[in-house]
Design a protein around this ligand. Structure first.
Ligand SMILES: C[S@@+](CC[C@H](N)C(=O)[O-])C[C@H]1O[C@@H](n2cnc3c(N)ncnc32)[C@H](O)[C@@H]1O
Length: 305
């Protein structure tokens, strides 16, 4: 449990901010007044996300349709393509509820998230206390600050939970991680303003995507080898059955006149799934999923339409 009495300089998630920080309310008011005009053009993902698509943007960007209705991203993760594309209307979803609540916290209460994050110190003991908090009963802003703090200070920005949904990534031991990038968080809040955020599985996109909309699917990849398998963003995992269901969803959307873009690994199973009815492009992407140096470097990935 976080002990506020023992750590008066920190904001505890267990106590309302004004009691522990008498000056916080006025600081918050001042920050709001002084907040620079948000610059959504500069928004970039506020989370480090395994499988994040920043390195693939040069390949994905030219494949964004010139004109489309609503943007849908059903495996949003860190949202690299969303922040790059800056659509007017978007539905972002993911099966990870804490992730979606984090987006809501940033969109709806960014100054509170910034205040909380600014008060969190970078040290192992505090990290371990944060890890153990029962965060799901808290507000979206508290979930967002918790998620971003652990993402910035945990090993490799991993998000991994055990069977009881307890976050169990070790401390990252970085020299001086950027825990609170206030300017970018404000820009992200602005970019998220007109988005609908949903915690749900990817199939739900079938209920709402209309002809002329654009759907970008970036699922957990089919592993290239048993040792490169990372599918722990959610408790359920993502196996070949889910990949087949995803292919069928993508096909139904295409048949409806929706613009569909997918990314996946270049594993033989992906060629087998999509080779017949979709257009496949093989592209090189810099990847660092593996913590060993030998696991980094350029790998071939597939962009599917
Ligand atoms: C490869 S990551 C997406 C990365 C993202 N495109 C980015 O740039 O950061 C895959 C995401 O799929 C989510 N996910 C896993 N299973 C899912 C499911 N059945 N439905 C929806 N999302 C799921 C995970 O929580 C994870 O955020």
């Amino acid at each position: 449990m976080l002990q506020t009495a023992a750590r008066p300089q920190r904001t505890s998630l267990h106590s309302p901010a004004p009691e522990t920080h008498p000056g916080l309310a006025s600081t918050r008011r001042r920050r709001r007044l002084e907040a620079p005009t948000p610059t959504p053009d500069k928004a970039r993902p506020f989370l480090k996300w395994v499988g994040g698509k920043r390195q693939l943007l040069p390949e994905l960007s030219p494949r964004i349709p010139a004109d489309y209705g609503t943007y849908h991203e059903p495996f949003v993760g860190g949202g690299a393509l969303f922040f790059h594309a800056r659509p007017h209307r978007a539905v972002l979803s993911d099966a990870n509820e804490r992730l979606i609540r984090t987006y809501r916290g940033v969109r709806d209460a960014v100054e509170e998230v910034i205040d909380l994050l600014s008060s969190y110190p970078h040290d192992r003991a505090f990290f371990l206390e944060m890890r153990g908090i029962d965060i799901d009963a808290r507000s979206d802003a508290e979930v967002a600050a918790w998620f971003i703090y652990l993402n910035r200070t945990g090993f490799n920005g991993l998000y991994r939970v055990n069977r009881s949904n307890v976050y169990n990534v070790p401390f990252g031991d970085y020299t001086s991680p950027v825990i609170c990038d206030a300017e970018n968080l404000r820009a992200c809040a602005e970019a998220l303003r007109a988005t609908t955020l949903r915690c749900e599985s990817f199939e739900k996109v079938l209920d709402r995507a209309r002809p002329g909309d654009f759907v970008y699917f970036d699922p957990p990849y089919v592993p290239l080898s048993a040792s490169s398998n990372f599918t722990s963003y959610t408790r359920g995992g993502f196996g070949m059955t889910e990949h087949e269901r995803l292919r069928d969803v993508a096909w139904k959307l295409k048949a409806r006149g929706v613009h569909v873009l997918l990314s996946n690994s270049s594993a033989p199973e992906v060629h087998a799934l999509y080779g017949e009815r979709f257009e496949l492009a093989s592209v090189g992407a810099a990847r660092a999923v593996n913590c060993k140096a030998s696991g980094r470097g350029k790998v071939q990935e597939l962009i599917i339409r």
